[in-house]
Write a protein that binds this ligand. Structure first.
Ligand SMILES: [Fe+2]
Length: 369
């Protein structure tokens, strides 16, 4: 005797209608026969297209479909059923090889999805890290520049009567380098070296640094130590290592008469050779404790007389090619030029155009001439 549950299940099966979809006639036959023996009412279709047509005209409770049917796929039928007949149960029937293929396909799909997710995550991560790095670099750059600005200002303050000297020689040096051409890669080093060239003077006693008269031999010896002191102060700072060489060599002279190493000619770093001309000109055209400023023309004549002796000939020629407008621009900028901007590549730093030279220059503190 059948139980109540078995009777109910049998009644449900009898009410159910199943669509068998398979391109193999023998498989269709076996499945429909088995289902019929179990009391299930079923129909058969040879491909998804035929199945869809039958679904449009007949109500089914379930679909049993093969996975691969020639050019058609059970997945196509599954998609169609899920879209238009969401209440129909769907069974995918397939052979062992098909199951393995399905597993491989799913694994590949899963892997592809993971790779795509990782790619998107990686791109986001790289973009975010790049932004963070740029922000850190900008902050570091600003921090470096602020440190440099403070150091240079400290040097100028210490060396009171030569206020603006560091900015002027920096601007002159860059202008000479522009006239020489081909030194774009060294401008940053030149700018930083020029800006900090006398940092070693921070360690020179006031009695010598600010002495109104000429220095005696011993005092001069102490004063000359400022290049090595400055070099020692700066050489260990990675982003200033090249500039340290300019500091060490800024009093070397073309004929070997300079200090501290008595270098000559091209043994003197190019930036130091350029700087030496700019520094000498500015020193001559500035009031010093022991003498008054020379005129620009007088200083230019002295520089010219040192061509090939104290100074590198080609650099003197470049210096003499710096015109009056540029000199006035430099003089105006000596009070206001942003070291931050100059070192980061804005060579004039103070953003003046040539048309604005005269008005700004006349307001500035021009060296006596
Ligand atoms: Fe110096």
């Amino acid at each position: 005797m059948r139980t109540l549950c078995e009777q109910t299940a049998s009644a449900d099966l009898a009410a159910a209608r199943v669509l068998v979809v398979d391109d193999e006639p023998s498989v269709r036959k076996v499945l429909t026969t088995l289902l019929s023996h179990a009391g299930v009412s079923c129909s058969a279709a040879a491909n998804p297209h035929e199945a869809i047509t039958m679904l449009q005209t007949t109500t089914f409770e379930a679909v049993i479909s093969d996975l691969r049917m020639g050019a058609s796929s059970g997945f196509d039928l599954l998609r169609e059923v899920r879209t238009h007949y969401p209440n129909i149960a769907f069974l995918m029937a397939t052979g062992v090889d098909d199951v393995r293929s399905l597993q491989r396909a799913l694994e590949r799909k899963h892997l592809e999805r993971e790779v795509e997710n990782y790619r998107q995550h990686l791109e986001e991560m790289v973009s975010q890290r790049t932004q963070e790095l740029q922000a850190a670099m900008t902050e570091l750059e600003q921090s470096h520049s602020a440190t440099l600005e403070a150091l240079g200002s400290a040097i100028d303050l210490r060396d009171g009567p030569t206020a603006g000297h560091s900015r002027r020689v920096l601007l002159y040096s860059i202008k000479i380098a522009e006239k020489l051409g081909g030194l774009e890669n060294q401008l940053r080093t030149l700018a930083m070296g020029a800006w900090l060239h006398d940092i070693g003077k921070l360690a020179i006693p006031d009695a010598i640094l600010l002495k109104p008269g000429a220095l005696n031999a011993q005092e001069r010896q102490i004063m000359e130590r400022h290049v090595e002191i400055g070099y020692d102060l700066i050489k260990g700072i990675p982003f200033l290592a090249d500039a340290a060489q300019v500091i060490l060599a800024h009093h070397e002279r073309h004929n070997g008469s300079g200090y501290p190493r008595g270098l000559s000619g091209e043994d003197i770093p190019m930036c130091a050779r350029i700087f030496a001309v700019a520094d000498s000109f500015d020193a001559m055209t500035s009031d010093r404790p022991y003498r008054s400023a020379l005129s620009a023309d007088a200083a230019r004549s002295i520089i010219l007389s040192g061509r090939g002796k104290l100074f590198c000939p080609e650099i003197v020629d470049a210096f003499l090619a710096v015109d009056e407008d540029a000199r006035q621009l430099i003089s105006a900028g000596s009070q206001t030029a942003s070291i931050n901007k100059i070192i980061s590549g804005d060579r004039l730093g103070f953003g003046l155009r040539s048309g604005a030279l005269t008005s700004r220059a006349t307001q500035s503190e021009m060296p006596a001439s």
